[in-house]
Write a protein that binds this ligand. Structure first.
Ligand SMILES: [Zn+2]
Length: 149
């Protein structure tokens, strides 16, 4: 049994500060702590952390995965193209929106790994999520390609 579940994460009892922390703290953990603080921009860690988090989400189909992505305020996903077992998902209002651009850097890999972990809950074969575009890279939006192999 897990020490903590996703349901546990919602049990919040803070009188004054409530259930929110500012986006700058999440960004600091992600982009200063992990992206800049870990070897290889935290690549291995973000994959492990994201998949693990995703695997705890109470989801049983793609639509539910995408609505959780919005509920967690990571961003607002829209499927812009889908064929067979492949989806192209565009993210509006991504948590990285507004950061200064640094071409050559895509920084939303942990969030993609969350998608991967969540889909793996109900899809038995391999799931691959690739970060195709990122605001920070100078692209027009953040975008993931999801492949069900
Ligand atoms: Zn992003």
């Amino acid at each position: 049994m897990e020490l903590f579940t996703y349901e546990d994460m919602k049990k919040i009892d803070r009188k004054e500060l409530g259930n929110m922390i500012p986006l700058e703290l999440f960004r600091s953990v992600r982009l200063i702590g992990m992206y800049q603080g870990l070897p290889m921009n935290g690549k291995n860690t973000t994959i492990a952390v994201g998949r693990k988090i995703g695997s705890t989400l109470p989801v049983s189909k793609i639509d539910e995965v995408l609505s959780h992505f919005k509920e967690l305020k990571i961003g607002i996903p829209t499927v812009v193209d889908s064929k067979d077992d492949e989806y192209l998902v565009k993210i509006d209002d991504c948590f990285c929106k507004g950061l200064p651009p640094h071409p050559g850097n895509k920084v939303c890999d942990l969030e993609g790994a969350i998608l991967e972990g969540a889909i793996s809950r109900f899809y038995d074969r391999r799931v691959m999520v690739h970060e195709e575009k990122c605001n920070v890279n100078g692209d027009s939006c953040c975008e993931y390609r999801i492949k069900l192999l």
